[in-house]
Design a binder for this molecule. Structure first.
Ligand SMILES: [Zn+2]
Length: 65
Protein backbone atom coordinates (compact mmCIF):
# COMPACT_ATOMS: atom_id res chain seq x y z
CA UNK A 1 0.00 0.00 0.00
CA UNK A 2 0.99 3.63 -0.36
CA UNK A 3 0.51 6.63 1.85
CA UNK A 4 -2.63 8.47 0.86
CA UNK A 5 -0.94 11.77 1.64
CA UNK A 6 2.64 11.59 0.34
CA UNK A 7 2.52 8.36 -1.69
CA UNK A 8 5.35 6.73 0.25
CA UNK A 9 5.40 2.94 0.02
CA UNK A 10 4.22 1.37 3.24
CA UNK A 11 3.83 -2.09 4.68
CA UNK A 12 0.33 -3.43 4.35
CA UNK A 13 -0.16 -3.64 8.09
CA UNK A 14 1.24 -0.19 8.74
CA UNK A 15 -1.06 2.24 10.48
CA UNK A 16 1.10 5.31 10.04
CA UNK A 17 3.27 6.58 7.26
CA UNK A 18 6.98 6.47 8.16
CA UNK A 19 7.61 9.41 5.91
CA UNK A 20 5.01 11.98 6.85
CA UNK A 21 3.30 10.35 9.80
CA UNK A 22 -0.08 10.41 8.13
CA UNK A 23 -2.50 7.97 9.68
CA UNK A 24 -3.54 5.36 7.17
CA UNK A 25 -7.12 4.28 6.71
CA UNK A 26 -8.21 0.99 8.19
CA UNK A 27 -7.53 -1.97 5.99
CA UNK A 28 -10.43 -3.34 4.01
CA UNK A 29 -9.11 -6.85 4.52
CA UNK A 30 -9.93 -6.63 8.19
CA UNK A 31 -12.30 -9.51 8.32
CA UNK A 32 -15.07 -8.53 10.63
CA UNK A 33 -17.92 -10.63 9.43
CA UNK A 34 -20.99 -9.86 11.44
CA UNK A 35 -22.26 -12.93 13.18
CA UNK A 36 -25.41 -14.18 11.54
CA UNK A 37 -28.30 -13.37 13.78
CA UNK A 38 -30.36 -16.52 14.28
CA UNK A 39 -33.21 -14.42 15.62
CA UNK A 40 -33.79 -12.83 12.25
CA UNK A 41 -34.01 -16.17 10.46
CA UNK A 42 -36.31 -17.61 13.11
CA UNK A 43 -38.57 -14.57 13.02
CA UNK A 44 -38.71 -14.67 9.24
CA UNK A 45 -39.56 -18.37 9.33
CA UNK A 46 -42.29 -17.75 11.91
CA UNK A 47 -43.80 -14.99 9.78
CA UNK A 48 -43.64 -17.25 6.75
CA UNK A 49 -45.49 -20.00 8.62
CA UNK A 50 -48.14 -17.55 9.85
CA UNK A 51 -48.65 -16.21 6.34
CA UNK A 52 -48.91 -19.76 5.00
CA UNK A 53 -51.48 -20.65 7.66
CA UNK A 54 -53.37 -17.44 6.87
CA UNK A 55 -53.50 -18.25 3.16
CA UNK A 56 -54.49 -21.83 3.90
CA UNK A 57 -57.29 -20.59 6.17
CA UNK A 58 -58.54 -18.21 3.48
CA UNK A 59 -58.32 -21.01 0.90
CA UNK A 60 -60.27 -23.45 3.06
CA UNK A 61 -62.96 -20.99 4.08
CA UNK A 62 -63.27 -19.85 0.48
CA UNK A 63 -64.07 -23.39 -0.60
CA UNK A 64 -66.50 -24.07 2.20
CA UNK A 65 -68.78 -21.23 1.26
ZN1 LIG B 1 3.07 9.75 4.01
Amino acid sequence: MFCKKCGNALYDDCNFCHHCGEKQPAKEEEKKEPEPDPTDATLLFAILILVAIGFYFLYVTGHIH
